[in-house]
Design a protein around this ligand. Structure first.
Ligand code: AP5
Length: 195
């Protein structure tokens, strides 16, 4: 089983590249951002609570997102592997994920971190905000708050996986296709080591 984390700041291309990876490798995509937006669209109590954090560019509390991921893992026992997008975003989430996967007798295979300069992240997100309707892309203040949350709370997750030699940086500021090529090279290497 191959379980990947696509890591990186807001706008680094995690969602875009996850779509390419699931097509090529048949992994199941778990995006906490997508799951939270679905809850918001359905106006569930969880969604209404999460929206308060998301609209300010802040992280949603750990227990909420860990609960969502746990439910999804239980609901997909036949999956041949997962790609986690936007999760884990804190060290507490990373530790919880390790435990959830251990219960299923598996583990994270590799964390692939998309490296993109900050001015390019801001440009991409403000550009998407013009058409996407995503409230957290709507203005530069919220976009920058998301990037600050990333540096303060999410970047330390790199150390958690780095300790086990499972953290790999990938240049993410080229085109979508050239970035996918770099990611594919890493994943192909990982898959070939397991055959
Ligand atoms: P989430 O949905 O995870 O958003 P994010 O991490 O802020 O990431 P984005 O979706 O904005 O960017 P991305 O890296 O996926 O890039 P994308 O491919 O879309 O989270 C949203 C919020 O939910 C969080 O702020 C938080 O409040 C909450 N949340 C979610 N998970 C949580 C968790 N685990 N814990 C706590 N809270 C959580 O690309 C961005 C744009 O760039 C697109 O327009 C795309 O077309 C373009 N683009 C992509 N690649 C390229 C390229 N190579 N060249 C040019 N343009 C490109």
């Amino acid at each position: 089983m191959v379980n990947l984390i696509l890591f990186g700041p807001p706008g680094s291309g995690k969602g875009t590249q996850s779509a390419n990876i699931i097509d090529k490798y048949g992994l199941l995509h778990l995006s906490t951002g997508d799951l939270l937006r679905a809850e918001i669209a359905e106006k569930t109590p969880l969604g209404l609570e999460a929206k308060k954090f998301i609209d300010q560019g802040a992280l949603v509390p750990d227990e909420v997102v860990i609960g969502m991921i746990s439910t999804k893992l239980d609901a997909n026992p036949e999956a041949k592997g997962f790609i986690f997008d936007g999760f884990p975003r804190t060290t507490a989430q990373a530790e919880a994920l390790d435990k959830l996967l251990a219960l299923k007798k598996t583990a994270i295979s590799m964390v692939l971190s998309l490296e993109v300069p900050e001015d390019e992240l801001v440009r991409r997100l403000l550009n998407r905000g013009l058409t996407s309707g995503r409230t957290d892309d709507a203005n530069e203040g919220v976009v920058k708050a998301r990037i600050v949350e990333y540096h303060n709370k999410t970047a330390p997750v790199a150390d958690h996986y780095g300790k086990f030699g499972k953290f790999k940086k990938v240049k993410g500021d080229g085109t979508v296709d050239s970035t996918f090529e770099l990611l594919s090279k890493e994943i192909d290497e990982l898959v070939s080591e397991r055959v």
